[in-house]
Design a protein around this ligand. Sequence first.
Ligand code: PEP
Ligand code: MN
Length: 340
Amino acid sequence: MIIVLEPKIKKSEYEELLSYINNYKLTIHTSQGDNHIILGLVGDTSRIDVKDIAGLNGVKDAFRVSESHKLCSRTFHPHDTIIKVGNVQIGGEAIIMIAGPCSVENREMVLDLSDKVYQAGTNILRGGAFKPRSSPYTFQGLGAEGLDYLREAADKHQMPVVSEIMDDHDLDLFCKSVDIIQVGARNMYNYTMLKKLSSVTKPIILKRGLSASIEEWLNSAEYIVSGGNPNVVLCERGFRTFEKTTRFTLDLSSVPVLKKLTHLPVIVDPSHAMGNRNYVLAMTRAAVAAGADGIMIEVHQNPDKALSDGPQSLFPNQFTQLMGEIDLIARAIGRRLHKH
Ligand code: PEP
Ligand code: MN
């Protein structure tokens, strides 16, 4: 249930409202709109009569929201959420770039790549240390050692760093080592993990599941937000269809749809969606034009020798070219690339 307060609600009226709500075991989330404070009631509100609440002094309106992802909804929180990580703001006017290798393969490669992507204008370094691989016989990542190398590489340029968590038992390690925790497509439905991630305040990049509808995806975000962590970024990365010429089908229509439905920042990962570096530039341009708040790209010095996702990884010079092109597109739609 959403309750919109009158701008000049008196303290006594507010207290009366709270004591009314406190009769029902509900959690109250507060959001500041343009002119009004909005309360989101979470829990079983079925015994409350909306008209009773709407009739209280100091209450402008009260209504039920049909979506189950209430706290992620724009109805509850009309303004865009802006998530601050170090000097980077995700979800503001400026579009952010997250780039780096698919996997951290060794210290030297990630240190060198971090220099290259930073010089091209990257804001946040990415790199997998615990890799969700389809085959158990392929490179599984360097684990904690990989996170150390990633941290060192990012610190060289004061860049925040993001890496994927695969097991919620590693949460303490991730909280110590990275600035943003990524939930991969394969774990979007891992509700146990989502609940654990709601107990920290580290920003979470929540990738769209391989077969997830927008509704399911937003419900997964709601697990994190309703548990107490409001810092969720949604990452579109394509889903599985009958089409085999690309690795997945990149659903760029989710960008404007999400922008309408939710206040959370939305970024796009064209690398995993396309699975082929030849298509990454075109889909990055399209993602920026569609209104994405950020882009995540895989880059490798020598993609043919990469231990994971070589075919979709850009060469560093291709990445530099891409950065120049999307800056023009960002400006054409009244935005710009985030400076570091
Ligand atoms: C990744 O970003 O390294 C990754 C494995 O992505 P996804 O979960 O989208 O497949
Ligand atoms: Mn990858």
